[in-house]
Design a protein around this ligand. Structure first.
Ligand code: G6P
Length: 368
């Protein structure tokens, strides 16, 4: 790996642009492309069919990858999932079910709280599996199964390419679990694997929207508060969008499940608060449209990150629309990571912030 910025102004920009390549590389490690099947790089010491539950724990962006994975494990493999941030999971002393799997996600593999949660799970006799980007890390050494992300070194403090690679590995795991549990037949697996194989190309297509996102970022930069909304797997993507923006631009941002709008955040909406709605054309799209109408009715300025199919059908009045390629909604989080990261990046750059070294943040939080 070349650890310099190359042609880019910041590591973060370089790492955002590397995603089609590193997601492709990660996929090649997990997928038998010719046969349209997932092939895990390592044999598992447990059987997905016999697992009672998956406990996911992680911090920051890795935690949001875990939140997306919850939907995938539940939908694709009908496997019950519990998830908590590691700083809580480590002290809750939660009773963990027999034949449970604790799945920890970490770019660095050194995050103190995540490591402590892993150790707690081991003390409770859980199976353990980690998704890590640094295969020589402490978390990798202490987990019984290591599923690597092949993102290469990530230098920007705000995680980007590690996140999309984590999502890629997690969907492969959910597919493997679905096959083992008999909830996903060969045709279903092939459909999902085909969608995954298309993801790097769709991410490259998403990157071509950078000039319009750069323009949009000038408006976002004027805001004091920004609200991100999404449903289903787009809900954790809304959380991730808000996290990215606040980390590097220091604008206050909140991610919310779109259906919770009425339970609080709607009170904040006026012309000064951009509302970034993440809404691919999926099973809950129509529900999100109603939420957008509620926002519009209160003078809110909507930025829609969605596909042409969704936006055109409803003639939505938006401040800006980032039109994403049509895709299988299951892989939407992997592809939608790109515009979400670009919005944060360009907003922060426009504001003159140090995006690679944001104030008060560390790349890896190795102390409590
Ligand atoms: C810090 C970083 C984040 C990262 C989180 C978890 O907060 O700034 O980008 O998501 O730690 O780190 P990990 O290495 O465990 O993924």
């Amino acid at each position: 790996y070349r650890i310099d910025k190359g042609e880019y102004r910041h590591f973060m920009a370089k790492e955002i642009h590397e995603q089609p390549e590193v997601v492709g590389r990660t996929l090649a490690h997990y997928v038998d492309m010719a046969n349209g099947r997932v092939m895990l790089p390592e044999a598992l010491p447990f059987d997905f069919a016999k697992l009672s539950r998956v406990y996911i724990t992680a911090c920051g962006t890795a935690f949001y990858a875990g939140l997306v994975a919850r939907y995938w494990f539940e939908q694709v493999a009908r496997l019950p999932v519990e998830i908590d941030v590691a700083s809580e999971a480590r002290y809750r002393e939660a009773p963990l079910e027999k034949d449970g799997l604790t799945l920890v996600i970490s770019q660095s593999g050194e995050t103190a709280d995540t490591l402590a949660s892993l150790r707690y799970a081991k003390s409770q006799g859980q199976h353990t599996l980690c998704v890590v980007n640094v295969p020589t890390s402490t978390i990798a050494r202490e987990s019984s199964v290591v599923m690597p992300t092949l993102a290469g070194p990530e230098i920007g403090v705000a995680s980007t390419k590690a996140f999309s690679c984590q999502l890629t590995v997690l969907l492969c795991l959910a597919i493997a679990a679905g096959r083992a549990r008999g909830t996903l037949d060969a045709a279903g697996e092939r459909r999902l694997v085909d969608a995954l194989i298309k993801a790097p190309g769709l991410m490259a297509e998403a990157l071509t929207h950078e000039p319009e996102i750069e323009l949009l970022a000038r408006d976002v930069a004027k805001a004091r508060d920004v609200l991100y909304l999404g449903r289903g797997t787009s809900y954790p993507m809304a959380l991730e969008g808000a996290l990215k923006l606040k980390e590097i631009s220091y604008i206050h941002a909140e991610g919310y499940a779109a259906g919770e709008l009425k339970h609080g955040p709607i009170a904040l909406i006026d012309e000064s608060v951009p509302v970034i709605v993440i809404a691919p054309h999926d099973a809950v799209f129509e529900k999100t449209v109603s939420n957008m109408q509620e926002v519009a009715a209160r003078g809110g300025r909507i930025v829609l990150i969605g596909d042409a199919k969704g936006a055109a059908e409803h003639g939505l009045d938006t401040m800006a629309t980032v039109t994403m390629p049509d895709l299988d909604a299951t892989v939407a989080p992997i592809v939608y990571a790109v515009p979400i990261q670009l919005v944060a990046y360009h907003t922060a750059v426009f504001m003159g912030k140090d995006v690679d070294q944001p104030r008060n943040l560390a790349k890896s939080v190795t102390v409590e």
